[in-house]
Design a protein around this ligand. Sequence first.
Ligand SMILES: Cc1cc2nc3c(=O)[nH]c(=O)nc-3n(C[C@H](O)[C@H](O)[C@H](O)COP(=O)(O)OP(=O)(O)OC[C@H]3O[C@@H](n4cnc5c(N)ncnc54)[C@H](O)[C@@H]3O)c2cc1C
Ligand SMILES: NC(=O)c1ccc[n+]([C@@H]2O[C@H](COP(=O)([O-])OP(=O)(O)OC[C@H]3O[C@@H](n4cnc5c(N)ncnc54)[C@H](O)[C@@H]3O)[C@@H](O)[C@H]2O)c1
Length: 476
Amino acid sequence: MVEANLEYDVVVVGAGPTGENAAARAVAAGLSAVVVEAELLGGECSFWACMPSKALLRSGQALAAARRVGGAREAVRPEQLNTRAVLERRDAFAEYWEDTAQVDWAQHAGVEVLRGRGRVVGERELSVSGAEGTTRLRARQAVVLCAGSVSSKPPIPGLDEVETWSSREGTSAQEVPRSLAVLGAGVVGVELAQAWARLGSAVTLIDTEARPLSGMEEFAGDLVAEGLRADGVTLHMEADLRRVSAGDAGLVLEFADGMTVRPQHLMVATGRRAATDDLGVDTVGLEAGKPLQVDDHGLVRGVPGNWLYAAGDVTDQTKLTHQGKYAARIVADVIAARANGTEVTDAPAWSHYTTTANQHAVPQVVFSDPEVARVGRTASQARQEGYRVRTVELDIQVAGAVLHADGYRGRAAIVVDEDRRVLLGAAFVGQDVAELVHAGTIAVTGEVPLDRLWHAVPVFPTISEVWLRLLESYGL
Ligand SMILES: Cc1cc2nc3c(=O)[nH]c(=O)nc-3n(C[C@H](O)[C@H](O)[C@H](O)COP(=O)(O)OP(=O)(O)OC[C@H]3O[C@@H](n4cnc5c(N)ncnc54)[C@H](O)[C@@H]3O)c2cc1C
Ligand SMILES: NC(=O)c1ccc[n+]([C@@H]2O[C@H](COP(=O)([O-])OP(=O)(O)OC[C@H]3O[C@@H](n4cnc5c(N)ncnc54)[C@H](O)[C@@H]3O)[C@@H](O)[C@H]2O)c1
């Protein structure tokens, strides 16, 4: 049992994937560390985001994959998902919303756990209010804020007055809604629209943009839209939702073009914002409610003294579990180095003390069907940043793909920095392309020259042969 007025080398606020990793790595480096958690150890990712959403999607993907292969197709009887079994499998992956296993893990890793809501109250000082009162914590070396993010709602008339789903309900619902409107066709909206549609819900996916996944390559949005429509999802793009109100058996959504949608539930998936409203950052001169700006070492900008760090969704960096964990590892290494008297301020890009990949080589997979797997910059991002780029884009039509699924449809692209002849980005869309992206991540991170990449021979007959086609089309 942790008692009042305690001192640790490192105090971590938030035990999502990011906070857990920061604390465990600090302990592995010989420091003492405590994680403060207001809800469940494992955070959003384990209980209401990555894990349950992927579990909801996976059974439908397996079924669709079997249907696309002659011989297997005929063996799939009945052709519908078993809803109860899918939801039970999801419940198991969400650990029945209990964090016992994560608490055991923390204890084995030597990380202390303190339940309660942590707030910064001054330099290296925190207060934690929990069920058993208030605890004051002091960090000898550093405080790491890993408080994550919360879903945000756009200012649409009526939206605050009705009951809506966020991704929490969208990942944990125990019944399939008769009908579901999903506001926002970003990653959350696309994945959960498809998951619930495949479980039998009548889904309408709504976005202000022209296609889903608007920040990604256009062909990604187009192919994903095709996949969603094939599953019966109604897409309402370039939509202007003017008003939301309660109806007889659900909600009424009124659009500027005169369209009305009456879903049983509405899930708002229009983005997430850093959870800094109630974190006490204003006590050290920062603005509450804003993402924490961090430098390449994870140090929070604007706070002197090299003691306040942040990583993950609470920062101004990419909101992805793997990137948050990466930043956490680096933050812990920086804190351990500074504790040992090693200064890291001048550590170069790609050093152990620098989160360089967060700027140059972020991989992401949208676990829809088709999947989108991409890394690094899109062509337009690269151009905006001043690179002289050339892109190659083609359909995935290799032996490995057509063996994988009858009538395989997919597309791939690379973005080449013409001055250095290295990859700035790569993107793949199609069934089962998720595992292709790590090759791209290695090529982008390693800045592997195209002339050397030419010697990385893809196995025949795998989908990876698309790499060869891309390089040939580039002119090698
Ligand atoms: C539906 C959905 C699906 C997703 N799928 C993926 C995916 O497949 N892959 C992927 O990479 N990313 C995915 N993401 C994004 C991913 O969930 C986040 O990037 C990740 O959870 C961030 O980890 P984190 O540790 O920074 O924050 P979180 O996981 O949000 O954890 C923060 C923790 O801090 C705690 N906390 C907050 N404030 C305090 C406080 N004051 N005191 C104590 N504790 C506090 C919270 O209770 C929480 O447990 C998904 C997101 C959503 C919404
Ligand atoms: N597989 C994954 O990697 C994964 C899965 C889910 C979430 N995530 C992460 O979670 C974060 C949040 O995802 P998200 O999908 O909520 O946010 P997002 O920013 O990716 O997408 C939000 C979408 O909502 C739309 N939108 C905004 N206002 C709107 C309005 N008034 N009406 C209609 N549409 C509107 C935007 O155009 C956009 O398409 C992302 O940063 C993502 O990286 C990752």
